[in-house]
Design a protein. Structure first.
Length: 276
């Protein structure tokens, strides 16, 4: 019996790997035959993706996802798994694609494919409106919140490398932060709005998300200039070159005919389809 558990584990692992390989190689065929595409995104990441007052998925990423599905001749079904589940790869057919503002990095590229960058967004730092902090160095050694497993967290850890095309160089401008990681940086902003230093002294997030929070009445302000610009890409599981090529072609056509710029201006008021 002692030999059975290791053997069973090996069999199960082999089975899972073969299942994932089968899904990875046939996703495009499945989409074309069912005329349905399952797209993973976040349900609580405004204005990129969120549930609106009509209880429907809405936002910039949602509009981009719907346009991709439309150009594939498919209906979209949104799936909202946790971020760490998405970035872990090996999706096993639970969803076909991720359109949720993911930055392509060398580490992620070991388990995921990034066929197309569709926009570039600035990452910025927010503090409470009553804070006396006027520059980024004022957060040195302070409590700074952000989303776990994000490029914002890597930035605070000084472990961020962005090697995708079109990404400008950047410097680490906050030293020895006491990093507080949340499920999303939106939740970190919820804590920051409670007061200066009550739970947090600052938050690193995307500039559009911070501005959306301020517009919705959060007593916050942006400190300094964007700390880095990150290219955001459509993500698929490894192993389906046909799906990669199809997505790359569709996103290229969306950029060429201006729809990416139109969607960006709708949600952000500026064109993030190109580096600002």
């Amino acid at each position: 019996m002692k030999l059975l558990k290791p053997l069973l584990g090996t069999v199960l692992l082999a089975g899972l790997l073969s299942v994932n390989a089968a899904y990875a190689g046939g996703v495009l065929d499945k989409i074309m035959s069912t005329k349905t595409i399952k797209i993973a995104t976040d349900a609580n990441w405004p204005p990129q993706s969120f549930i609106n007052d009509q209880n429907e998925m809405d936002g910039f990423d949602v509009d981009v996802a719907r346009e991709i599905a439309k150009r594939m001749g498919a209906e979209v079904e949104f799936i909202t798994p946790n971020w760490d589940v998405i970035t872990a790869g090996n999706w096993y057919g639970r969803w076909d694609m991720h359109v949720g503002s993911m930055t392509p990095t060398k580490q992620r590229a070991k388990i995921l494919s990034f066929p197309a960058i569709y926009y570039y967004t600035p990452a910025a730092v927010a503090v409470h409106a009553s804070s006396s902090i006027a520059e980024l160095s004022g957060l040195n050694g302070k409590k700074v919140g952000t989303g776990t497993g994000t490029t914002f967290e890597l930035y605070l850890q000084k472990d961020l490398t962005i090697d995708a095309e079109g990404a400008p160089a950047f410097d680490f401008k906050i030293d020895n932060a006491e990093i507080k990681s949340y499920e999303t940086s939106v939740i970190a902003l919820d804590d920051l709005r409670l007061g200066d230093g009550v739970r947090l002294d600052g938050v690193v997030s995307s500039l559009p998300t911070i501005l959306e929070a301020i517009e919705n009445g959060y007593p916050l302000k942006v400190v300094g200039s964007p700390v880095f610009y990150e290219p955001l890409a459509v993500t698929v599981d490894l192993g389906d070159s046909e799906l990669n090529a199809k997505v790359a072609s569709i996103v290229a056509s969306m950029r060429a005919d201006g729809i990416l710029s139109t969607i960006s201006k709708k949600w952000y008021g500026v064109d993030y389809a190109t580096v600002q």
